[in-house]
Design a protein around this ligand. Structure first.
Ligand code: ADP
Ligand code: AMP
Length: 220
């Protein structure tokens, strides 16, 4: 399947993406994870991206689109992919459409994880992530089994530099201004599906599986 995850920062996109990617055997492609890897390796891309990410701003479209272009050319994307955190602007959505049209392939759905603003601050300030494999935890809502260590790969968990209260509010404002228009964009193309992201993590996943099963059935 070819899926986009939409939703505000902290909606649970990364958390659900890990499970969806396992269940459907499709690669989980997170532009945020790609940027963080480049930041930790101090590559030119990482140095440039960090200037924007630390302020809670979006990385410029040109850089981000080029990354996705490269990544979707990878062999592991031939049978599908799950995009998490891309597109974040209508311009990025248009660029994705052009890329997919060139390959003569189509999206199955843009799945919106709906979470109201008042849930987000707690989720993001309590988030802890594994920089090695991208897994996401929460100190209260989804703690790792061993404090400070990733359940999946055993690496150290850290708090993201952009998960402070000030940056989180900036990111939500930017989401509302620049990313939310994608909801109408995909709605107009009849590609939008929605899930209630305020449920607990396993229930959100069950709801997502039902939605994806229906979409798969409709195709056959
Ligand atoms: P996103 O990728 O959309 O920014 P994450 O998947 O990293 O969001 O989730 C943000 C934080 O909220 C993490 O700490 C995660 O463990 C927690 N979280 C995710 N889904 C839920 C949920 N349904 N209920 C409570 N906490 C959640
Ligand atoms: P995320 O891990 O999805 O929360 O992304 C972390 C940060 O990386 C965002 O706040 C942005 O600064 C940047 N970023 C990730 N994906 C994109 C994108 N598609 N376009 C622009 N910036 C992005």
């Amino acid at each position: 399947m070819r899926i986009i995850l939409l939703g505000p920062p902290g909606a649970g996109k990364g958390t659900q993406a890990k499970s969806i990617s396992n269940k459907f055997s499709i690669p989980h492609i997170s532009t945020g994870d790609i940027f963080r890897k480049n930041i930790s390796e101090k590559t030119p891309l990482g140095i440039e991206a960090k200037r924007h990410i630390d302020k809670g701003h979006l990385v410029p479209d040109k850089l981000t689109i080029d990354i996705i272009k490269d990544r979707l050319d990878n062999e592991d994307c031939v049978n599908g992919f799950l995009l998490d955190g891309y597109p974040r602007t209508v311009n990025q959505g248009e660029a994705l459409k052009t890329l997919l049209d060139e390959k003569d392939i189509h999206l199955d759905t843009a799945l919106l994880i709906k979470v109201p603003r008042e849930f987000i601050l707690d989720r993001m300030t309590g988030r802890r992530v594994c920089l090695a494999c991208g897994a996401s935890y929460h100190i209260a809502f989804n703690p790792s089994k061993v404090d400070g260590k990733c359940d999946l790969c055993g690496s150290d968990l850290v708090q993201r530099a952009d998960d402070t209260e000030v940056t989180v509010n900036e990111r939500i404002d930017i989401y509302e201004a620049q990313t939310q228009p994608l909801i109408k964009y995909y709605g107009d193309k009849n590609l939008l599906s929605e899930v209630d992201g305020t449920q607990e993590i396993n229930s959100v996943f069950d709801s997502i599986c039902s939605i994806l099963a229906e979409i798969k059935n409709d195709k056959h």
